[in-house]
Each structure stands twice: as C-alpha cells, then as structure tokens.
Design a protein around this ligand. Structure first.
Ligand SMILES: Nc1ncnc2c1ncn2[C@@H]1O[C@H](COP(=O)(O)OP(=O)(O)OP(=O)(O)O)[C@@H](O)[C@H]1O
Length: 401
C-alpha cells in the first residue's frame, strides 16, 4: 500500500463565540478573569481522514460546512483545537485568493519569492521562470504589482507557481471557479497529468463536474462533521440527492395539504423499495415506479408520473390517461399501478420522480409524492440521456472511456 501523506485523527476546530462588539468585550473578560474560558463555537468536529500518495480526494459541502477550515488545518495555516493532523511531503496549496502574494510586488518578484520559499535555487528559478510565466499567461501584467491584478490573474499566477513546483500534495480551494474557461481547462489538464504522474490531490469545489472528473474519492462535510466518505460517485450523488430533497419546494408541499383528498397516494415503490432512500441504478437499468392510490369514493383514479433532473429540468412524464390504461383495483377504495421503464438511457446523475394521483379524466391532480434515484457510472458523455449513436469514418485512438 502506498505511503500515507495525510492522516487526521479526531480533528476539530473551535472559535470563540463573538457576535457583537459587546460579546467581544465579554469574551475578553472571560478569557482574562474566568477559569471557564470563552464560550466556543465548533466549526469542525471529529474528522478522521487518511490520504495516501497518488490518491485524489474531493471535499464537498454547503457554504460554511468547514471545507476551507479543514484545508487550512491540513496545510498548517490553522492549528487544531482538538485532535491531530500529520502531513508528509511538500505541500502546494492554493487556498484564499492571493494568499502568499505580496500586493506591492510584481508578479515576477512574487514568483521569485514563492520559489525561494519552496526551496528553489536561483539557477532553478531562472530555468523555470519562462515556464511559470508562460503557464500564467497574463502578458505584461507579470511586471505589474499584484494589487492591480484581477482575481483571475491572481489565480493564474498562483497556479502557475504550483504547477512548476510539482508538490507531493496539491491542496486547492475553489481555484478552478475563478479562472476563465480556457484557464480552467488548462488547470484541469495539468491536474490530470499531475495525478497520472503519481501526484496527490485534495480539491474543494462546488462543481460536482470537477470533483467527479478529477477525484476518485470524496468526503462530504456537513455542519463541521463528515457526513459521508468513499467513492467519488457515491458521495457526490448522495450529496446532490440531499440537495434535491432540501429544495423540494415548500409551495408543492402546501399544495398537497390544501388539495382535496378524493385521491391520495398510499405508497410509492421505486424498484420494489418503498423507503425514501434514493434508489441506486446503473445506466441502462430498468426503473419500476409502483404507486398505490386510495380513492375516497371508490372511483378509479388516474396516475401521472414525472421524472426531473436534480436541477429541475423535466426529463419525461406520462400518465395512465395519456396511455389509455387504468390502475388495477386491489381492495375496497385502493388501486395499484406500476410504470416500467426498461433500459433507462439517463446519464449518471440525480433525478426526482413525482407521482400524482389524478381524477379519472386526467384533469385534476390531488397529491404529490416525490422519490429520488441516482444513476451511477463514470460516463464522460454530457447531457441528459444517452442517445444511441456510432461514429463513422473513425479509427480507435486508444484513449478515453
Ligand atoms: N476566524 C473565524 N472565526 C469564527 N468563525 C469562523 C472563522 N473562520 C471560519 N469560521 C466559521 O467556520 C465555519 C466553516 O467555515 P469554512 O470557511 O471552513 O466553510 P466552507 O465549507 O469552506 O464554506 P464555503 O463553501 O462557503 O467556502 C463557518 O461557519 C465560518 O463562519
């Protein structure tokens, strides 16, 4: 097994609780005069993490979940309040924008200082400077003070320095989001080569695309704690499914409450599972959505089923009325039907299923039940669905998947 580069155990960080200036005085007072110490707010708790040489870990989580704090503890910018973290090897860190650059000095001087800090000799720097300047690609700004740079330029310079130093461990916090499209591509390509050459990465990003593209493992931080850790697709898809559930519109729930109860959904099963856990499918699997519906006065209900992507894009919808069928009566006032979709062509991602009972005429909707499912897989195709396709007049080039 390869060498352990990062090992965090029971890692935690807490800050004194300070809301207003009066609190600040009170905290100071407590610090000075009380043995209890200041009241603290814990922003990271019980983090156990191991990263081996050659691994790539994506850190995901909502704003304020503690991702940057964890990176700062790993890189030694912050000291832990509890637990410990050990790091072996040279770290290249791109944390806060411009951290480590002196605003009054030119890009060129900053590069020289950064290189010296990382132990590069004057000769090595002279050799690598053209490469760094070329990677940053900021034109004559290289000789301007960094304080005149746009945020994109600062990131370009920071990444260029790191790229040339090729550290054992690369730690980056949302840097890809700052640069423009072509620089993002260049960075992604560089990171891919760096990983292929045995590099180790910790990447914080809100872009699941970048996380899935660059990382094999992921860790989801929620409220300062690890909510899930493991294979990148499992973690990112669970994270997206969590967001879907969170954003299920309040208006929709109100609509359900206000609707009459002539027809209501008793239960929905997705691939025979009635629980609310997201169903896990592989691209091309079958999807079966079974609904049991109660009819107050015994009339036959209709059932509508819709599928939407995590971002709300409609994928497909149909109803018993559209397909000229009716649910089967299974008991007094109880009906059952199942919609089966064979060989689901949806690309990997998170989706929601909406099931609505309707009146027999297919005019009024009475209830809404949501379930989610995740299509897993590492396909690099993009869009919503896999369209049957083939390439003509081509030959294999041996790369890609
Ligand atoms: N110096 C500090 N003093 C007090 N609280 C802090 C301090 N630094 C960070 N925090 C708090 O710690 C929590 C975690 O912040 P952190 O920056 O690690 O989150 P994050 O997951 O990186 O968020 P984002 O996605 O918005 O960058 C937040 O609630 C933040 O307000």
């Amino acid at each position: 097994m390869s060498e352990l580069l990062v090992e965090a155990q029971g890692l935690g960080k807490a800050y004194p609780k300070v809301h207003r200036s009066s609190d600040r005085l009170r905290s100071l007072g407590r610090l000075l005069f009380s043995s209890r110490g200041a009241e603290r707010i814990s922003v990271l708790r019980d983090v156990d993490l191991q990263i081996r040489r050659g691994e790539s870990l994506g850190l995901v989580g909502e704003n304020g979940a503690g991702k940057s704090t964890l990176l700062k503890l790993i890189t030694g910018v912050l000291t832990p309040t509890t637990g410990s973290v050990r790091v072996r090897g040279e770290i290249g860190a791109l944390l806060e924008l411009g951290a480590g650059f002196h605003p009054e000095y030119s890009g060129r001087d900053n590069v020289a200082m950064a290189a010296a800090l990382h132990g590069l000799s004057g000769t090595e720097l002279r050799e690598r400077l053209p490469e760094i300047i070329d990677f940053a690609d900021i034109g004559q700004y290289i000789d301007e003070p960094v304080k005149h740079y746009s945020s994109g330029m600062v990131v370009r310079l920071g990444f260029a320095v790191i790229a040339t130093l090729k550290p054992d461990l690369l730690v980056t916090d949302e840097v890809l989001a700052v640069g423009d499209e072509s620089f993002q591509k260049k960075c992604v390509q560089w990171i891919e080569n760096y990983l292929a050459g045995g590099g180790t990465l910790i990447l914080v990003s809100h872009s699941m695309y970048h996380i899935q593209k660059l990382c094999r493992h992921a860790c989801w931080l929620r409220g300062g704690e690890i909510a899930m850790q493991g294979d990148v697709f499992d973690v990112t898809q669970a994270y997206l499914a969590y967001h879907e559930r969170k954003s299920a519109s309040v208006a929709e729930r109100r609509e359900i409450a206000q609707a009459g109860v002539e027809f209501s959904v008793i239960a929905v099963a997705v691939n025979d599972d009635e629980s609310e856990r997201p169903a896990l499918l592989e691209l091309g699997d079958a999807l079966r959505i079974r609904a049991r519906v109660r009819s107050r006065d015994g009339r036959t209900p209709g059932v509508m089923v819709g599928i939407v992507r995590a971002d709300g894009t409609a994928v497909y919808g149909t109803s018993t009325e559209i397909d000229a069928v009716a649910p089967e009566r299974v008991a007094e006032g109880e009906y059952l039907c199942e919609l089966q979709l064979d060989g689901l062509p949806l690309l990997p991602g998170s989706y929601r299923i909406r099931v609505h009972p309707m009146d027999t005429e297919g005019v009024r909707i009475f209830d809404t039940i949501e379930r989610s499912f995740v299509v897993r897989g590492a396909s690099r195709e993009f869009g919503l669905v896999r369209l049957a396709h083939r390439w003509n007049h081509v030959c294999a080039n041996g790369s890609g998947s």
